[in-house]
Design a protein around this ligand. Structure first.
Ligand code: GNR
Ligand code: NI
Length: 173
């Protein structure tokens, strides 16, 4: 099964707002499989469809050490979140090498469909809460660096644009 290409910030396609999935069928299950494979290959704890240029509301997460806790969230919604917030160091497969602190609600209650089209509702805390909120931002065209200062954002953009120029050059040589 193919490993999908992950878009890199500041690619404009990361700004696309994903559409809801209307039916959880074999096509969606195949996307989930390919996204899971891509996430594990990249050693991420989550992946949003937006990052692989698929603009439908699908995310995969696995925050377990053993990499055996795969979860697919289709059409995820936050139905409540705690007033209590927490600051966590975040990274993103679309922003390689950049880590910074983001403040988000500590707990979130999520409703979504699973890969069988069944409705699931659960409370997330800790790393799972951070990860799901980070992935849901991607589905809205938002990247974690949007929360950082303008100066930090422009430095990150400059660094990643330089990196991709070097990569393109190396590929041609
Ligand atoms: O692999 C990832 N690690 C991570 C660490 C802290 C907060 C969020 C994340 S998500 C990230 C994978 C990713 O980019 N998902 O969109
Ligand atoms: Ni990300």
């Amino acid at each position: 099964m193919p490993i999908l290409e992950i878009l890199n910030y500041p690619d404009a396609r990361l700004r696309t707002v994903a559409k809801p999935v209307t039916q959880v069928d074999d096509r969606i299950r195949q996307i989930v499989k390919d996204m899971a494979e891509t996430m594990y290959d990249a050693r991420g704890i989550g992946l949003a469809a937006t990052q692989v240029n698929i603009h439908e509301r699908i995310i995969v997460v696995d925050v377990t050490e053993d990499r055996n806790g795969l979860r697919a969230l289709i059409n995820p919604e936050v139905i409540s979140s705690s007033a209590q917030t927490k600051v966590h160091q975040e990274g993103c497969l679309s922003v390689p090498g950049v880590y910074d602190e983001v403040e988000r609600p500590d707990l979130v209650r999520i409703r979504c469909l699973d890969e069988n089209g069944e409705t699931q509702e659960f409370e997330a805390d800790g790393l799972l809460s951070v990860c799901i909120q980070h992935e849901m931002d991607h589905l809205q065209g938002k990247v974690f660096v949007d929360y950082l200062s303008r100066l930090r954002q422009s430095r990150i953009q400059a660094r990643l644009q330089k990196q991709s120029r070097i990569q393109a050059q190396t590929a041609r040589a």
